[in-house]
Design a protein. Sequence first.
Lengths: 208, 419
Amino acid sequence: VTEGKVPSERKAGALADGMAIERFTVLYDDYYSRVYAYTVSRFGRQVADEVVSEVFLIAWQRICDVPQPALPWLLAVARNTALSQFRAAARQQSIAAELANWASEAEADVAVEVADRLTVIRALAALSEQDRELLTLVAWHGLSASAAAQVVGCSPAAYFVRLHRARRRLERALTDSAQDTAVPLPHSPDAPAGILTAAFNEGKERSR
Amino acid sequence: MNQERGGLRVRQPDVMDRLAQARPSSLDRSPEPMRRAAAIAAATGGSSPRHGGRKSAASRRRLAVAVPSSVALVTAAAIAVVFAAAPSGRGPERPQQGGSARATFTARDVLLTAATHVASAPTRGKFWMTTTVSGELLPAGTKLHPYDMFLPTRSTQWAPRRSGLREWTVSRTLGAVPATPADAAAWRAAGSPQSWNYFKATFTTSASSPTATWQTSDGTVGLVEGDEPGLTPAQFRAMPASPRALLARLRHYARGTWCGRHPEAGCATVDQLVWSEAVNLLEDPVASQVRVATFKVMADLPGVRLLGKMRDPMGRTGYGFGSGPNAAGAIAVIDPDTGSLLAVEGFGNAQRIVCRPSHERGFHTVAKPGAECATPVYYGRNYPHQLSQYQVVVSDGWTNSAPVLPPRSAWIGPNGQRG
């Protein structure tokens, strides 16, 4: 112990708090956008703001435990928070509205090179929640398969298997979507009944 | 880009590439300055980070007065409710009305009164001794039947005048109590549990035996926010005793705080930060003239509001003050008759974090004892009208008496070692 050099715990605590604030701020600035993007794509923007702010509250509470790299951890917290705090019906309605938004966005986009977008979005909408998540974590949010596995809480090996299957289902849905037969447009009158589709159409109506 | 053309399958770009191309641009949103400031303030202002899972010793830090809990997203509305919904015997009371005439005194009046009643106190001694009681709100119960407990901790610190000597803190928890009558009902319905776990610690409804923590002093005996390592007795003695010079000094400290260095975050005005520094100074070993000057500086600060006569958590009567429209997060209770700071109380914004053991479907407010909380799940509410933390100043002053310590087996050294 060097005499006079050891800061007392009280002051060290104060210093550590200052550092913690800096660290938190950096974390927020680095990852806010990515956490938001994931949360919107997974759960829809109706719930995203609430979920994302809770993610960062938790990150602050546990600032010393946030691992490096932080992104998979943050996304996992977002996922757990949304799944535990919002009823299934609320989540489905939020994501259905979100899917409808994407379809409108793709439709409104006149650029030739993005004509494929609507096809892809429709195909994506036809997939299960789980498949969408597996695919977009990699394709939209830039996670490696092992990081994505951390987010959904499975082993990388299991993730690869699931991703492979999801990919095949997306390919199949893309074919259907391009042929515009099996997958009805969101506003199609012959849309199959069901909570997702109903909410999807509802969201579509609202987004217009 | 048709899938089929003339019956021949055209080679498509990889499906993952097509998916990547279709990423909606509406997913992107950069944090707006306001949202960012609010988020950072809400997170860092509401609660302390937990260092390495260890519960922060309640005695070690002062409650932030304006920085940054004043920016907790609880606004002036909360103050109004403090008046309306104050639980009996604890919350603020309406200003007393003298005789038939309605009391018309202002924040300035009360603070100037305090300035005239500052008692002179010894300015020398071997130890700067402070005794405080800090309270914090802790979640307990289960997901279905949650309730909150208030945990008070009493601490006495002996900070030696000279560096190199041992600085001692003797603290004990005083036993947790249900935070509100509603919490008390929920606690009783749960069988009045005498202890519960939260993160890695066990809390009980009975007082603990004291522990004595020591470390080698660096010579500092108190702190100002902008000078985090603290100041030495000599530095406190050199604090200016004229209000004008003191204000300049406090402004200097205020600008050294995180909020002061990041005005773009909008977490507090310079006046609010100065108020916070001034409240801090009331707990520091300054000469009585400096304390007088401190009250005068506080009296002339814009935006300071008198919240009325109130009792502190120990039942002592004083007047509550907030600084600025956003100060609902913290109230300083000052006794004008003795010219002293009684307590700083934080309202609202307590967060509840619960752990969900991944192998179970149910929720628990506790991690398994000794187990890391693998999946922290936040749920619950804010408590905009409710006391969430406080720090009461029981006494402070210079003393020549040696620290009163518990048995050696209850000593904890700077590296966590016993003895």
